[in-house]
Design a protein around this ligand. Structure first.
Ligand code: TEU
Ligand code: CA
Length: 590
């Protein structure tokens, strides 16, 4: 205990003295063997709107996060990624920015931001912000100027198509009720491009003035001490401004086409040269449209572009093709799940670096989508998924509330939804006479709002999130699933998460070790080894509610007791391991 106590004080002093210095030392010390602080970090994503409301308006805010920094610190994570906190009319909850250097009024002031950043750095926690630069809000001053006249100096900050040339070639839109990414604007008798909502006009990155605006803005935040950016749909930023019909080789796949613009990597190299290379910061691409063939172009060290990316192959798995996020009846197949995550591990085995996530603000709660949120299995399957995320070779991006075992709220009616994606897709299906009941049933599993319900602090009104009326309903299970109920229970999901984080941080084999999938055809067990030099670990995950007698593959010799186990028991009789429903085991090998 004494050693631990001394170590803690020393660590605290070190992190207070100068977090940049200690991290800079770490990164330079390890550069030769390609070790980096952002590869070893555990990232915790906070959706500020739903984390903690400090002023009773029912909306989470920066002061609310500051008030809970000790909780965040207690998790043992290293980096916090905040979803957009910039000025926004909130057509898409902050992903429509009207001032890149202003704080969203609902979230507070720049002073509140400065206090939050200082509080994080004092605790040795880094802050990553959300760069939303493929598009701005239509309420940004740039767009107001741009749409006002065809010869306004800001006209070419966006993509306009003069109506006299006729309707431009179709572009598909994620959020438009007609799926149409061109909106006619009578002010200048022209169409403008919006891959997302019409309130999110796409910025014209082919215009060097736009790139300079974005790079200057990034430097503004880095000069304030921010430690990195998650980059929203960054693969989409470059467009072929002749706007041809969709090239046949894309077979109707607009998203992959969007992610392969002509100058994409020129712009990312320019961003690295003008901004990223000047600071000790991390960068992560939201890799919409990125495939295993194109991934290396973004993240290989010798590309001098970005550090890492996250793909959509995993979270997009197990849906019925051609329908909007309708889960396959009977659920997803584990064999396919294992193939996807094993494939992406091999992508970055030699060069580049990946991320691993199962939840974020665009996804339902991982417990419901990938585990089992029935009361009998909530605890075990939540811990099992946590074990997966914290024992793979990639930077884990862990979504706030998953450490508690939060689950989908499963709204029964469209009126409960706040998310533009659900609301507009409902309208689109209604307009085209589709099956609305099927849509509502499917959204209970797959809607983004399931991951956006307020964080559950305690069993008091509104889960202690707000003293006002929450902007979105709180999951009724907050009475039992909450921090207060879990923090003093050594066997809670919360304390299991903390243990798993510590296991990863004290065993670099779980960060850098080679990954080998075992028994790949097994439809219930996901098992793999992690190996670096003499250090070798086995991870056994039961993704089913059945007890499984799993035969250890030959050559696998267990050493000692499990380092992590979400059950009290572990039975291995002559190489036959009895794995309980949703049991997770991490154990050393000889
Ligand atoms: O998401 C881009 C994106 O691809 C997601 O819209 C995803 O495909 C979709 O949610 C799956 O149904 C980013 C942000 O993460 C998202 O919150 C924004 O809505 C979107 O960009 C526009 O900024
Ligand atoms: Ca508030």
């Amino acid at each position: 205990m004494k050693h631990y106590f001394i170590a803690t004080i020393a660590a605290a002093i070190c992190s207070v003295v100068s977090h940049q210095h200690s991290f800079a030392q770490t990164s330079s010390m390890n550069k030769e063997n390609n070790r980096q602080w952002w590869k070893e970090a555990v990232v915790y994503q906070i959706y500020p709107r739903s984390f903690k409301d400090s002023n009773g308006d029912g909306i989470g805010d920066l002061k609310g996060i500051t008030s809970r920094l000790d909780y965040i610190k207690s998790l043992g994570i290293d980096v916090v990624w905040l979803n957009p906190i910039f000025s926004s009319p909130n057509a898409d909850n902050g992903y429509d920015i009207s001032d890149y250097r202003g704080i969203m009024k609902e979230f507070g002031t720049m002073e509140d931001f400065d206090e939050l950043l200082k509080g994080m750095h004092q605790r040795g926690i880094k802050m990553v912000l959300d760069l939303v630069a493929n598009h701005s809000s239509d309420e940004h001053d740039w767009f107001k100027q741009s749409r006002s006249s065809r010869n306004n100096p800001y006209r070419d900050y966006y993509h306009w198509w003069p109506a006299e040339k006729g309707k431009p070639a179709h572009r598909w839109s994620f959020f438009d009720v007609n799926g149409d990414a061109w909106k006619y604007d009578s002010v200048t008798n022209a169409y403008y491009l919006h891959y997302f909502s019409y309130k999110q006009p796409d910025l014209n990155w082919e215009n060097p003035n736009v790139r300079k605006e974005i790079f200057d803005m990034m430097n503004f935040w880095f000069d304030k001490g921010v430690d990195g950016f998650r980059m929203d749909v960054i693969p989409f930023i470059s467009k072929d401004t002749s706007f041809p019909e969709l090239p046949k080789e894309y077979h109707g796949d607009y998203v992959t086409y969007y992610a392969n613009g002509p100058h994409l990597h020129d712009y990312l190299k320019e961003m690295n040269k003008e901004v990223l290379s000047k600071h000790n910061v991390m960068s992560v691409a939201e890799g919409a449209g990125v495939t295993i063939e194109t991934a290396h172009n973004f993240v290989d060290e010798d590309r001098h572009e970005l550090n890492m990316l996250y793909h959509f192959d995993g979270v997009g798995y197990g849906y019925v093709p051609g329908k909007f996020k309708v889960p396959e009846p009977g659920g997803y197949k584990l064999v396919g799940f294992k193939e996807i995550y094993s494939k992406w591990d091999s992508v970055f085995a030699k060069k580049g670096w990946g991320t691993i996530y199962l939840g974020n603000h665009d996804q339902p709660r991982m417990l419901t989508r990938w585990g089992n949120d029935a009361p009998a299995y909530r605890d075990a399957s939540s811990k099992m998924l946590t074990t997966f995320l914290l024992t793979m070779r990639a930077t884990p991006y862990y979504y706030f509330g998953d450490e508690l075992g939060m689950s989908n709220i499963k709204f029964d009616k469209i009126e409960d939804y706040k998310d533009i994606e659900s609301i507009n897709m409902y309208q689109q299906i209604k307009n085209h006479g589709g099956d609305l009941q099927e849509f509502i049933e499917a959204q209970k599993i797959s809607a983004r709002d399931n991951g956006r319900t307020p964080f559950q602090w305690d069993a008091s009104a509104n889960a202690g999130f707000t003293t006002g009326t929450p902007w979105i309903k709180v999951n009724p299970n907050y009475t039992t699933v909450n921090v207060a109920a879990e923090e003093n229970n050594p066997n809670s999901c919360l304390n299991y998460f903390k243990k798993a984080v510590q296991l990863r941080k004290s065993n670099k084999v779980l960060v850098y070790g080679a990954y080998t999938l075992l028994d790949k055809a097994n439809e219930k067990i996901y098992a793999y080894t992690r190996e670096e030099g003499a250090d070798k670990m086995l991870v056994i995950l039961n993704f089913s509610k059945d007890k499984v007698n799993w035969k250890l593959p030959k050559g696998i010799l267990l050493k000692g007791k499990p380092l992590l186990n979400n059950y009290a028991s572990f039975m291995n009789i002559n190489g036959l391991v009895s794995v309980e429903p949703y049991q997770a085991i991490v154990i050393r090998l000889k």
